[in-house]
Design a protein around this ligand. Structure first.
Ligand code: ZN
Length: 60
């Protein structure tokens, strides 16, 4: 799975804030995703993103 900026990710487990929607804001060897609810940014490897994602919607 290839991630692009703007992709919307739904995670299996909710974030600490209760939200489970994330937006990809940076791609590459590490992927940065931002919580749509609290705007916290976390950095993960593509494999880690695959592991936590329940659904990925392509952005623009
Ligand atoms: Zn959050």
């Amino acid at each position: 799975m290839v991630f692009s900026i703007g992709d919307k990710i739904t995670t299996k487990k909710p974030h600490a804030c209760g939200g489970n929607q994330w937006v990809v804001i940076r791609t590459g060897a590490d992927i940065k995703i931002k919580c749509a609810k609290c705007e916290r940014i976390i950095m993960l490897t593509p494999d880690e993103v695959k592991k936590i994602a329940k659904k990925v919607e392509k952005g623009q």
